[in-house]
Ligand binder design. Structure first.
Ligand code: PHB
Length: 357
């Protein structure tokens, strides 16, 4: 029988009961200041434990990794204890869950960083605005990181990975997508460095590979996934040749034997896409998780054809905790309310109805 969304699969050492992954979704419902997951967050993830795998919301690896309000973190003992309740609840329901490791780089603001300037590969101010506790404010020109500071950021990834493992996660996903720090290093629109970390494809990819090496050394490569978004212009990202860049990155990542490569196959904001994802898929020798606008039909087709090993669904899982059952039975879907995507409480978070409710 052909493989489909409901077929089990192993991504590295993580055994999934189906191939429907809950994509990482920022929900901004952690307490200000501590970033410690609460009972409400436990309920939200527990409700979605029938997914083959949950990738948590992007989670800052350090105080300097923050770029939005009300984010959870993964660098203090209290945060580890809060997340442990999440992983225990998901595991008790037979689910698997990995934590997404996040450093936002220049997509932040001093008001979110205790007055510090955001850091980036180069001092280039992105167009757009930061979500702060004082409302939307223009991004600022970030401080270009000195090469001598990079090992300390690698160590933040290491520390956060240790915290995630201590919190009981089945693994971690390195967020190298959507215009945040690692993506900022990859692309020549945001990386104008003239040292070993800028210029050639090899140099722009160097920091990503150093982070990936350090994280896989700590967690074991079979517990580490990595997310890329080759065509997403979100957060003012530009690159002169995304196909060459991401073919190179996918190929370079083969040395790690990662659990999976997670690829956002479109651009937030829509628009035409001049990129051949089949090339990327071919470059990468491990498991491939596809994301971006998939539904049941397209997901099944991508798995049956061998394009993808698993499919990540964002908004559908946000609005349908029992998305797997709904797809299995062709039941109608709850519609997502974008007004409650970010912030607030249980409304639009844990109150989307189950089929049987
Ligand atoms: C967001 O909060 O808008 C956001 C966060 C992480 C992403 C993409 C978007 O990767």
């Amino acid at each position: 029988m052909a493989l489909d969304l409901f077929s089990p699969v192993k991504l590295g050492s993580i055994a999934l009961k189906n191939r429907m992954v809950m994509a990482p979704l920022t929900r901004s419902r952690a307490p200000k200041g501590t970033g410690v997951p609460q009972d409400l967050n436990v309920t939200y993830y527990e409700q979605r434990a029938t997914a083959g795998l949950i990738v948590t919301e992007a989670t800052p690896i350090s105080a300097m990794g923050h770029g939005y309000i009300l984010l959870p973190g993964i660098y203090t003992d209290e945060q580890v204890a809060g997340w442990k309740k999440v992983t225990d609840a998901v595991h008790a329901k037979g689910g698997k869950i990995v934590l997404q490791l996040w450093h936002v780089g220049r997509i932040s603001h001093p008001s979110l960083l205790n007055g510090a300037l955001p850091v980036a590969p180069s001092a280039i101010k992105p167009a757009g605005q930061a979500y702060t506790y004082e409302g939307l404010v223009d991004f600022v020109e970030p401080r270009a990181l000195d090469a001598s500071e990079l090992p300390a950021i690698v160590q933040e990834y290491v520390h956060a990975t240790k915290c995630a493992l201590a919190a009981g996660f089945d693994g971690v996903e390195i967020h190298a997508a959507n215009g945040y720090l690692l993506d900022q290093f990859l692309r020549d629109g945001s990386n104008k460095r003239t040292d070993n970390y800028g210029g050639s494809l090899e140099n722009r990819t160097r920091f990503l590979l150093e982070v990936t090496k350090a994280v896989t050394d700590v967690a074991g490569s079979d517990k580490v996934g990595l997310r890329l978004s080759p065509v997403n212009p979100f957060n003012d990202m530009q690159d002169s040749d995304p196909q060459a860049l991401f073919n190179y990155v996918a190929n370079a990542l083969n040395q790690f034997n990662l659990a999976y490569l997670h690829v956002v196959e479109g651009g937030m904001g829509g628009g035409p896409v001049n990129f051949d994802f089949a090339q990327l898929r071919q470059q990468f020798k491990g498991s491939y998780m596809a994301n971006f606008g998939y539904d049941k039909t397209r997901g099944n087709a991508a798995i049956a054809s061998g394009h993808a090993d698993a499919i990540a669904f964002g908004v559908p899982f946000l609005a349908n905790p029992d998305l797997v059952e709904r797809y299995k039975t062709d039941a109608p879907l709850n519609q997502a309310d974008s007004e409650t995507f970010y912030g607030g409480s249980e409304k639009g978070y844990t109150d989307y109805p189950f089929l049987s409710a």
